[in-house]
Ligand binder design. Structure first.
Ligand code: MN
Length: 258
């Protein structure tokens, strides 16, 4: 079994080592990871500059480890097309330093790496640990290894991949969840650099709008591992009420010709 492992925290992150070590028990591991932190780069791919790849010998990453100047999604493409050498059976991303819950999945490089694999029809899983006093890297890696091996056996529906979040501290179970809602109130600090030029620094405070039982936020808060099946298709069969009338009238009243 050929397993590709990547992350968005970069090649030196501890979570990558936990994951590589655990997955090497179930298959042949190739690590392809960004050479620096790429958290929150989302699904960006690199089209306008060369991608560099360095094969490295680093503790805990096994004999096949590569660092790139690309994004997590780049790493998955590079791995699957070039570096794994043959068919990739499984892609595991993480273990991310910090949870990826609710809307965070839309920004996460870790989740996007798994999504990139799902687009290619390869079973994939993003794995994150909730930050805290005892981030459960060891447990997360152990769970991910068994889950990943099982996924290769059972497969996943087309365009589906898994987002796993492991709670801090004692783990009391596991459940399948839906995404909660955790949006961020954006905050922008405007400051002056040493040369007198303005710069902006972007941050945000999370506001939880749905952490009910059944959500990823609710599960991890209750001390359970959250497994959220995610799907590539962002559209819904239900259109917002009144939209059909609105687009018909926009079409009728548009003035793009005669
Ligand atoms: Mn990260």
């Amino acid at each position: 079994m050929q397993i590709l492992i990547t992350n968005d925290d970069g090649i030196s992150a501890p979570g990558l080592r936990y994951l590589a070590r655990a997955l090497s028990e179930v298959g042949e591991v190739t690590v392809v990871a960004p050479d620096r932190e790429q958290s929150a780069v989302g699904h960006a791919i690199t089209l306008h500059k060369p991608l560099r790849v360095d094969r490295l010998e680093l503790d805990g990453l096994g004999p096949r480890a590569f660092a790139t100047n690309g994004t997590p999604a780049d790493c998955v493409v590079l791995g699957m097309v070039e570096l794994v050498g043959g068919k990739t059976d499984l892609v595991m991303a993480g273990i991310n330093r910090g949870a990826n819950l609710g809307e965070e999945v839309l920004y996460s490089g870790t989740v996007s790496a798994a999504m990139e694999a799902a687009m290619a029809g390869v079973p994939a899983c993003a794995v994150s640990v909730v930050p805290g006093r005892e981030p459960q890297y060891e447990a997360a890696a152990g769970f991910a290894a068994v889950l990943g091996e099982g996924l290769v056996e059972t497969g996943l529906p087309r365009d589906c991949f898994l987002n796993v979040n492991v709670p801090d501290g004692r783990i009391g179970g596991v459940e399948i969840t839906r995404l909660g809602r955790r949006r961020y109130e954006n905050r922008i600090y405007r400051r002056e650099d040493p040369r007198g030029r303005e710069y902006y620094w972007f941050t945000g405070d999370p506001i939880e709008e749905d952490s009910e039982p059944g959500t990823d936020i609710g599960a991890t808060r209750a001390g359970r591992i959250s497994v959220t099946p995610l799907f590539l298709n962002l559209s819904s069969p239900e259109a917002p009420a009144g939209l059909d009338g609105l687009i018909a009238s926009a079409f009728e009243n548009s003035r793009w010709s005669d």
